[in-house]
Structure formats: C-alpha cells, structure tokens
Design a protein around this ligand. Structure first.
Ligand SMILES: *[C@@H]1O[C@H](CO)[C@@H](O)[C@H](O)[C@H]1NC(C)=O
Ligand SMILES: *[C@@H]1O[C@H](CO)[C@@H](O)[C@H](O)[C@H]1NC(C)=O
Ligand SMILES: *[C@@H]1O[C@H](CO)[C@@H](O)[C@H](O)[C@H]1NC(C)=O
Ligand SMILES: *[C@@H]1O[C@H](CO)[C@@H](O)[C@H](O)[C@H]1NC(C)=O
Ligand SMILES: *[C@@H]1O[C@H](CO)[C@@H](O)[C@H](O)[C@H]1NC(C)=O
Ligand SMILES: *[C@@H]1O[C@H](CO)[C@@H](O)[C@H](O)[C@H]1NC(C)=O
Ligand SMILES: *[C@@H]1O[C@H](CO)[C@@H](O)[C@H](O)[C@H]1NC(C)=O
Length: 507
C-alpha cells in the first residue's frame, strides 16, 4: 500500500476524525459578576491582565445587551438580545430561569452545541439568579449540555448557600476554608482540570462563574485589608447632578452626603478585594493548563455580566442604567492563533460569546443567534479599517420603586441604597432601549425611555465620553431620524438583522 493508500485507510477507520477531535481547542470561560471597566474594575486583577490580557487580546469596547445580571447572562447563554430570549428582569415572572425561559432557550444555549461537538463540559458558580428554587425546577434541574454541574442556588453570595452538585443539594456555611464560594469554584475547577489531559480524545469547555465582585462584597480574610488607601474614582460624572437626564437620575441628591461617599469608598475597596480571589483562581487555571502541556491548545475568555456605578451622577451604587459605567465590561481572550498584547477597540457584545464558543468547537451557530462569532477578530482575519459592527442595542426593563423619596416599600430588597442616603436605584419608568452607533467617524448613543415624558437622551461620545451633556435637542434632525429608525429596527431585530451592519447610514 502506498503512503497515500495508508492515509486513506486510516481516514476510513476514523483515526483522523478522532485525532481531529482531540485537536479541537479546549475553552475556559471565566465570568465575574458586576465587574466594571469604567471605575477601573480591571486594575486589581494584575495576574489576570498579565496571563490573559497581555498574553492575548484586551477588548476596550465590550458591552452587554442589558445592564442587569439575569438578562445579560441569558444573552450570554443564548447569543440573543433580551427581546428575543425574554428574560427581562431578575424575577421568575420576568423570565429569569423560569420554566418558560428554560423551554424556549436552554435547548439551544451554547453548551448544547459544544456537547454535540463532543466536548466534555463543566459549569461551576452562579448561573441565573433564580436557578435552583422549587418554581424553577429545584436543584434537580441540570440545564442541558453540561456534564459537570455545580450550580449556585439563587444570586451571588460568598457564604451560606446551596450548590446543586450534578442535581444534588450541597449546603455550605461560613467557614472560609470550606465554604468561600469563589474558592469553592476555584477548587472544583482544579479538580476538573486535574483529570483532563492532552491525550484524551475529548476537548473540554469549562465555565467558572464567580460571585465576585457582586454585593455583599465579602472579601476572603487574607484580602480583608488590601487596597486600604483606594477610593472610588472621582472625576467624570462622580457626584454631579444631571438635570438633563430621565426622571430617575434627576431624583439623586447632590452633593452626596459624606457618609454616603464613605460607604461608596468602602464598597469600592471591598469589590476590589473580592476580585483578588478571582485573580488567584485565574492564575491556577493557567498554571495547571501549563503544567499539563495544554495551555497552547486552550482558549481562555474573561468577562463580566454588567458594569457598575459608585457615585456617578450622584447615584450611590448599583447598575441598571444606560450609561457606559453600567453597560461596558471587561473582555480578555488568549488562545491558539491569538496575537499577544493586542488592544481591540471594535464594539463587541456579550451575545457574541456563545457563537464564538460554538465556532471554536467546529460547529455553526444557529441562525437564531443575534450575536456574531469573534473569530475573525481573534485570528486577525478581519479588515482592521472596517468596524466589526456599526451599531448595537442595550435594553432594560425598569423594576419596582413606585414611590419617592427613597422607595420605602423596597427597603431590604436591594433596589436602593438606604444606609444613609435614600435614592431609588430603579423605577418602572427606567425602562430604556439605547442604540449605540459607532462608525469610524461618529459615535452616538441614543436612548428612549418608556415614561410619561417619552424622555430621550443623546450623547456624542467622541466629545463627551462621560455622557455629561444630553444633546438630543441640539442634534441635526436628519441624524436623529436615522438613529430613531435604527433603534426601532434593532428593538425588533432577530438573527442577521441584529448584526449591526450599517443599514441606515449617518454620513
Ligand atoms: C419582572 O417582569 C415581570 C413581567 O413583566 C413583572 O411582572 C415583574 O413585576 C417584574 N419584576 C419586578 C421585580 O419588577
Ligand atoms: C458530575 O457528573 C460528571 C459527569 O457524569 C462526573 O464525571 C462527575 O464526577 C460528577 N461530579 C461529581 C462531583 O459528582
Ligand atoms: C451564616 O449563617 C449562620 C446561621 O444562620 C449565621 O450565624 C452567620 O452569621 C452567617 N454567616 C454569614 C457570613 O452570613
Ligand atoms: C474584615 O475587616 C473588618 C474591619 O476592617 C472587620 O469588621 C471584619 O470582621 C473582618 N472580616 C474578616 C472575615 O476578617
Ligand atoms: C464632608 O467632606 C468634605 C471634604 O472632605 C469636608 O470639607 C466637609 O466639611 C465634610 N462635611 C461634613 C458635614 O462633615
Ligand atoms: C432560521 O432558519 C429557519 C429555517 O430556514 C427559518 O424558518 C427562520 O426564520 C430563520 N430564523 C432567523 C432568525 O433568521
Ligand atoms: C416615574 O415614576 C415615578 C414613580 O412612579 C413617578 O413619580 C414619576 O412621575 C415618573 N416620571 C415619569 C417622567 O414618568
């Protein structure tokens, strides 16, 4: 038999197929909770920036489809905008992990495609805020596509919680060594990596979804007093009163009282502290992959579900706003074929992650996907002079808080800060949809609010990066008309129509 004949025979025997499968890359996805970019949220994760960012790409314009955990996470899993997956808030009635959401979306979430491609899949940490409760299927519910399932019941906490371990409840108390959630996720991840090897025929996908740096911002004891001199960033819109913004923002008290500012600074430090445990986890992921000779065949993604504010426009703390601080998040990626130490300024979105994972696994994302695979950027095949997308959408469905001041009936429900300075952090009429239009020459954010005033806001981010001045009444009406039409189109888009190409162009 000729050499070619032998190759053909081997191919028929499927030897190359399995060889090919074993060469598919492994993928690690680290997702943090509420980690911002705009308040220097990436500063404290030095090791992560070195081991992922400087060893690959750092995206400076990564946005989420919604500035709230459950809607954003639902978008990450499905690759869909909120108006297409219908998980509009953090409640079961709003589609957060609800039986309807599961039925409609979980069967076509990215892990299902990875599983079909023969991936060994692992999940640990916070999934969706309402996961694991009786009305959402209890801890027995393991979302399809995952082989190893370590799912947190409910929302982020650091101690005193229940995990679903492959469908069985495991209760945790508040002993640091045993129970600190970020470290539990860290150790479970190491356990999984420990049994992977370069010679195994199956590649793996591992998702580590940490509570850090979400409320209640509880650091590990060894980090309890680090960054003791750090303060929340001043400047930008910090402690400013915004007269030209929608109702909710106009209710803020300016200047903020000193004790509120103290509270903001304490929160800022504790957020950074909780991220130290994430940084340790990332370091060990990279070390273990390296020790096993698997680092060169593994992509590592690092991102967050939404941003955060601490004193911007005098709002003490929260997310849920349309501004950069709440919708922009970190994204760093390293892996085979990715150049080192590269900064990418294209607008990319949380809905792009799922299709990227699916394509890395050798499959085609479903046509229901609103996002786009990042592979052309990661592998340097995209024309750098053409933006990856020209426009995108962010959506938020306002929640609760029907009375002012201080929304008293919502006290204790996390919708407001009432430690010292009572301010509504959300209201039903904080329902907004924004179009971001960013070409090589212009950069606009246009938002419409569903309130009694039909309030609109427009920012020219090139000149006004902190969104201090609402120019909706000063803009050229022709430009405004294009933005309005494009926002309308994006609010009802599905699939390809959501890809943000330049449909109605601003010249
Ligand atoms: C979430 O959305 C649902 C459906 O619109 C609504 O009934 C519910 O009140 C919302 N949750 C909160 C906390 O506002
Ligand atoms: C969870 O299930 C996976 C897949 O069946 C299995 O390999 C793993 O050992 C299980 N993990 C635990 C902690 O039981
Ligand atoms: C955990 O729960 C126990 C028992 O309810 C309580 O005493 C303890 O303060 C809680 N720990 C934390 C960190 O919340
Ligand atoms: C962390 O430090 C604060 C004061 O700085 C203290 O109140 C708290 O008990 C400490 N927590 C732990 C877990 O060490
Ligand atoms: C608040 O802090 C500022 C700046 O540190 C200080 O000048 C001012 O006196 C303080 N106000 C009160 C009421 O303590
Ligand atoms: C996806 O493809 C199917 C079948 O070709 C089609 O019916 C459906 O409308 C497409 N969906 C989108 C969002 O393009
Ligand atoms: C927004 O909602 C609040 C609380 O219900 C209400 O007082 C206020 O008038 C509303 N503002 C607008 C502009 O709709």
């Amino acid at each position: 038999m000729s050499a070619l004949g032998i190759l053909r025979a081997l191919a028929v025997l499927g030897v190359f197929t399995s060889l090919h499968a074993s060469q598919r890359p492994n993928i690690v996805f680290i997702l943090t909770d509420d980690q911002d970019v705009e308040l220097n949220g990436q500063d404290p994760i030095l090791k992560t920036r070195e081991l992922i960012g400087a060893s690959g790409m750092t995206f400076t314009n990564m946005y989420v489809s919604s500035p709230l955990c459950c809607p954003s996470r639902s978008s990450i899993l499905t690759g869909k905008y909120v108006h297409n997956h219908h998980g509009i808030n953090n409640s079961v009635t709003g589609g957060c992990s609800s039986p309807e959401w599961q039925l409609e979306n979980e069967g076509s979430a990215f892990p299902v495609y990875l599983k079909k491609q023969g991936y060994n899949t692992f999940f640990a940490g916070k999934y969706l805020n309402q996961y694991g409760f009786p009305q959402t299927g209890g801890v027995e519910h393991i979302p399809p596509g995952w082989d190893w399932w370590i799912g947190l019941v409910g929302n982020s906490v650091y101690y005193n919680y229940t995990l679903s371990i492959n469908g069985t409840a495991e209760d945790h108390g508040d002993d640091y060594g045993r129970d600190y959630l970020t470290d539990v996720i860290h150790r479970r991840g190491q356990e999984f990596l420990g049994i992977q090897s370069q010679d195994r025929p199956t590649p793996f996908f591992m998702m580590l979804s940490t509570p850090a740096c979400h409320d209640p911002f509880t650091p590990a004891p060894q980090y309890n007093s680090t960054f003791s001199d750090a303060r929340a960033p001043r400047g930008g819109s910090f402690n400013l009163h915004a007269k030209d913004k929608h109702w909710l923002i106009r209710q803020a008290i300016t200047p903020m009282p000193n004790d509120t500012i103290e509270y903001i600074d304490t929160t800022f430090r504790n957020r950074w502290r909780t991220l130290q445990s994430v940084d340790d986890m990332v370091e060990d992921v990279v070390k273990t992959l390296d020790a096993k000779g698997m680092l060169d065949n593994t992509y590592i993604f690092y991102s967050s579900d939404n941003g955060f504010h601490l004193g911007q426009f005098s709002m003490p703390y929260d997310k849920r706003q349309a501004y950069e601080f709440d919708v922009k998040v970190p994204l760093m990626v390293r892996g085979p074929g990715i150049a080192k130490d590269v900064i990418i300024s294209d607008s990319v979105l949380n809905i792009d992650l799922g299709p990227t994972f699916i394509e890395l696994a050798g499959a085609t994302p479903p046509n229901s996907t609103d996002g786009m695979s990042l592979l052309p950027i990661l592998h340097g095949t995209k024309d750098p002079s053409v933006p990856f997308r020209v426009q995108f959408l962010t959506e938020h469905s306002g929640v609760g808080a029907d009375s002012v001041p201080g929304c008293p009936q919502y006290q204790g429900q996390g919708l407001m800060v009432c430690k010292m300075h009572c301010v509504c952090q959300d209201s039903r009429n904080n329902t907004h949809a924004c179009l971001r239009y960013k070409s090589n020459s212009v950069d606009y954010k246009y938002c419409e609010f569903e309130d009694d005033d039909n309030f609109r806001e427009l920012y020219e981010l090139k000149q006004d990066p902190y969104e201090l001045t609402n120019v909706v009444d000063q803009i050229n009406p022709e430009i405004l008309a294009v933005l309005k039409t494009n926002l309308y189109d994006m609010k009802i888009c599905t699939g390809d129509a959501c890809h943000g190409s330049n449909s109605h162009q601003i010249i």
